[in-house]
Ligand binder design. Sequence first.
Ligand code: ADP
Ligand code: MG
Length: 693
Amino acid sequence: MRPEILYPLFADIASLKGVGSKTLKLLQNLLGGTKIVDLIFHLPSNIIDRSYRPKLRDAIPGRICTIRAKVIAHLPPKSKHQPYKVVVEDETEQLSLIFFKVYAETIAKNLPVGATRVISGKLEIFNGNLQMSHPDYIAREEDSSQIPIFETVYPLTAGISNKMINKYIDQALQKVPEMQEWLDEEFIKKQGWNSFRDALMKAHHPQYKTELEPFCKDRARLAYDELLANQLALAIVRERVKKQAGRVLKGNGLLRKKIMDTLPFALTNAQKNVLAEIYADQAEPFRMLRLLQGDVGSGKTIVALLAMLNAVESGVQAAIMAPTEILAKQHFETIAPMCEKIGVKVELLTGKTKGKKRAEILQELKEGKINIIVGTHALFQEDIAYKDLGFAVVDEQHRFGVHQRLSLSEKGNKCDILVMTATPIPRTLVLTSYGDMEYSKIDQLPEGRKPTETRVMPISKLNETVAALKRKIAEGVRAYWVCPLVEESEKSDLAAAEARFADLQKIFGPEVGLVHGKMKEAEKDKVMERFKKGAIKLLVATTVIEVGVNVPEATIMIIEHAERFGLAQLHQLRGRIKRGNVQGSCLLLYSLPLSATAQERLKIMRQTEDGFIIAEKDLELRGGGEILGTRQSGFCEFRLADMEYHKNLLFIANQDAKLILNKDPNLASPRGKALRNLLYLFEKDDSIKNYKA
Ligand code: ADP
Ligand code: MG
């Protein structure tokens, strides 16, 4: 339950003075919520300094000025298109106030001839005369203190003025209670930070531009609070998963030895290290939830297989789940022949497995005759019962979030879970979005891998490209020709891919095939099958081949409109032609105009093949939020922290969270209690809902 001290902050914005239902809707769009907290975390973007109070003769046009002047005359417009003018003067000069579209009565009331007024706004020069259009403030002398010397400017939306939001935020800030400090006293002292409440007040009342910068101490403090809440919540979930009873999986190593004997290679050190971590987890009597990261071609499949064999040796069943039919099938085709040799039974179960075959598999799963099952989501449907599923590998999991992972881990019978992702994830994103899991990384490729040759060329070189391709294909090489298929322009993209296919057909004849996302699954499979067998030598494809397909003979890739692809996507695609001993060749064809970011992306692709570097760059170029071509909830959730500036704070928060839980797992100490407030403040209610008060 949310602590009472926070109730005022979770009251509805509608309870504030001056917020009607129309304003409320606008605010909701602007803030992403309708609670008081949503307002207090909406930080200013600028300040207007009104402290410049020159005499008119000395005033510098272009600046915001606050002047004291006497109203001399009103000059109403002579035609509809003219503005309403009011002439004022101080001891030194005259100034025209200009109003478009304002009621004459209001102007007459606010600026009676003969009166002295304090006026603030931007001074301009027009036809050699001083003027000010629509002054921001016009006040009587006795009220001039109402004109803020430093006016805080907030990000706005149409229909909400800066004055309005200032008023709302002022009211909201008054509801912020003094709370017990949740940060370590020493740490705060070292950083020179204010308390949460003071930092918040200061952040909303900046006096200098430097106080708007993410590094300034008050903003840093707030960012840290948000990051700590995130890291602590994830750490709590991680601990909770770990404490759940799990299976002790500790095989005798016989199957694993047999498999290793059949392999033409030895494991890399990175693979060995990662396996040691996985085996250690499996042997614990607690639930395992571990993320395995490795670049394309780093050899995750064999790692997953060995971990599954450890489970099979321990007498339980293992499952591996892929996000698509094609990928599931491919895993099956890799794993099944290897397992057959050592007497381990593997089957494939997807949405397409129907009728007798399906019934048979279900029966054998129930009886425990199947040791390893490969499949899609179909593996976890309700009618599927395992004899004893003890270990599950989930491949390509970047499509899922923390909550889906939790629900998955609740499915199996105390099932240990290994999550594999083929796309390198930047370290910061691992911490913020996958912080609920343990983490292993294969940071080394098998030896002897030849780097892919990557070239960038304008589409105008198409004819030469095709000629070169023709020679290569005559030599027996297979190639991909990738055309983009992006949602917004799907139809025209599809047409472009089909047109390219038709063009190439004229040159290559029946050796060209086409696959795209709009084709039926069976049709796609058929084309892919022919490409694998070599009946098709050149495969024109939209990005459906992005993840996972494996055709060893295909070592050339041409990517058309490469400027339209994201970095991570390009990296994944290129990974398809990375083979053991043959050098792959990747040609990035671009069309003009080329944006600065697109240029940068193509340059990075030429410079490096390291997926982790590419992932970091991708994040930088995209500014977070979107990665892997799918929307990632990673950084969008932060309101105060900004990964461009607060990376270091994230790493500190990560350590801090671990220390906190080590010392005080139930958050029962005074600091622990204060930290509960922090968690609720940032709406991490889920993570502590089971905690005793
Ligand atoms: P990914 O991490 O992309 O899933 P795979 O598991 O598909 O990579 O492995 C890519 C290729 O590398 C496969 O052909 C696999 O047999 C091979 N491979 C895996 N580990 C090694 C190793 N230690 N030495 C040499 N080749 C390896
Ligand atoms: Mg793979």
